[in-house]
Each structure stands twice: as C-alpha cells, then as structure tokens.
Design a protein around this ligand. Sequence first.
Ligand SMILES: NC(=O)c1ccc[n+]([C@@H]2O[C@H](COP(=O)([O-])OP(=O)(O)OC[C@H]3O[C@@H](n4cnc5c(N)ncnc54)[C@H](O)[C@@H]3O)[C@@H](O)[C@H]2O)c1
Length: 285
Amino acid sequence: MSITKVGIIGSGIMGSGIAEVVAKAGMDVVLRSRRQETADAMEAALEKSLAKQVERGKLDDTVAKEIIARVTPTDDLHQMADADLVIESVVEDIAVKKELFHQLDGIVKADGILATNTSTLPVVELAVVTKRPEQVVGIHFFNPAPMMSLVEIITPLTASDATIATATAFATTCGKEVVQVKDQAGFIVNALLFPYLNNAVRMLEGGTASRDDIDAAMKGGCNFPMGPLALLDLVGIDTSVSILDALYDEFRDSHYSAIPLLRRMVAAGHLGRKSGQGFYEYTKK
Ligand SMILES: NC(=O)c1ccc[n+]([C@@H]2O[C@H](COP(=O)([O-])OP(=O)(O)OC[C@H]3O[C@@H](n4cnc5c(N)ncnc54)[C@H](O)[C@@H]3O)[C@@H](O)[C@H]2O)c1
C-alpha cells in the first residue's frame, strides 16, 4: 500500500515536526488539534519555518509554497476518514491514547493504518482497542523530527507483516534511517537513554556537580551535542517523567525510577523549553 495522505494528531513539539517531515516528503497532511486556532497556528509556524529555510537558500520558494499547500489544519477528527496512515502524537498517557485509537477506528477507512509516536507505552494496548489490530504500529520519530535522522518502527505482537512493511517504506520515504524493534517499553533509544538522563538529575540533586558542569562534562567528555539536563529540557520534563514511569512499570529497575526533583518541576510547571523554564530558562521567540 502506498501512502499519499497522512493524518497527524497532536499539536505539541512532535506533531508539528512530523507534519513538516511528511509534507516535505510529498504527502498530503491533515493536521488535527483539539482547537482550530491551534491547528491554524501550527500551519502558520510551519510557513514561517519554511520561509526561513527559503531565506537561507536551503529551500526553493515554489517548493515551500507546494509544501504548505499540502497541509490542511483542522479540529475535526473526521477529516482523517480517507487517510492512508494516521499518526497520533498526543500527550504520553495511555488512557488518552486508547480513547483516541477507539475513536479513530470508527472514523478512518478500513484499510488505513493507525500509528502511535509514543516514546514508551505498549503499542499492543492501543492495537487491541481497535477492530484492526493487525494494522496498528509504532512509528517513533525523534525530537526535533525534521532534524533527527532516526525512526524506530515498533512491531506489536498483533501487527501484520504488510503493516510493518508499509510503515517502514513510509519512514524511508520521509528520508529517515529505520530500525526495527519489538514492542517493549522505551524501544531501543529511550530504554538506553533514560537511565543516563535520570542519573544526571540524581547527580545534580546530590550536589556532586553543578548543572553547567554536568552538561559541559558530557559534551566535552563524550562528544555529545548537548548535556543531559539540556536534553531533558528539550524532551519536556512532563514527557520525561511519563517515559520514566512507563519504563519503571515495565522493568521495575531503580535506574528508571524518576528522581523526585523531576516530579517537583512538573508540579511547578517547569516543563523545559516548551514552558520557558526547566533546568535552564528560555525566552519565547
Ligand atoms: N518530546 C519528545 O522529545 C518526544 C520524542 C519522541 C516522541 N515523543 C512522544 O510524542 C508524543 C507527544 O509528545 P510531545 O513532546 O509533542 O508533547 P507536548 O506536550 O509538546 O504535546 C502534547 C500534545 O497532546 C495534546 N493533548 C494533551 N491532552 C490531550 C487529550 N486529552 N486529548 C488529545 N490531545 C491531548 C496537547 O494539546 C498537545 O498538543 C508523546 O507520546 C511523546 O512520548 C516525544
């Protein structure tokens, strides 16, 4: 099955990024947020981002206009009815995602594939709330989606080979490097990354070193592009706690047990870049 129309649900960091990637790859995109104004604002942000790329000579003006013309912002899930593939990228909460999959199953055409961009949650639990479990898959993009080269394709026990092949071909068309992984919390990247990020917070909380020195050490000592505390801010502190909780639920390993400071930051609304305050302060553009 070839994918020509893609529904994307969720107007957060990831939804916007995935929409840009998919529209640039030549597919039609229906971008759905719960509020029309938010969906329109996402389209406007995409237009601005493309205009900057044109300004820098990285993108042709005509191509930028074609890309934006392929994107339809909406607040109506029914606009997904004839999508070949729908990717949900809403809050990392299994109850919210299950309800969404149940709704989508009643709306999207019978041969449409339903995908989740979850970072850690069991994809099979979303598959079994639908009447098409063999057509449900995890397609996990990384943040920021337009810049990061990897996509993890997650195969729940219920998925058909045809669904996995189509999802893999889609990610390749998006210009991504694809890895295959089974439906286990954290998949490859987050299962390995989050104990490290969590331990960086433990180190900060224990007073072993300062924020700046922890980040500088991992940049300079390991050649990482950013330090762990800056990366937590980029991911979002609330999303990071949800990821750690899902990992801990699955493995009961103390390295996945979220450091209390992270929960206190969520309670305070210090969610990282998206709220303007995390381990660092950010000025809104
Ligand atoms: N942040 C990352 O680095 C990253 C990377 C890869 C995958 N993900 C995954 O992508 C998904 C979205 O993450 P994000 O970082 O874009 O989050 P975000 O906090 O930026 O956005 C979450 C979105 O979910 C929406 N939402 C909240 N409650 C909802 C509800 N009840 N019903 C429908 N929509 C609701 C919000 O309006 C918002 O648009 C999560 O599953 C996350 O694990 C995140």
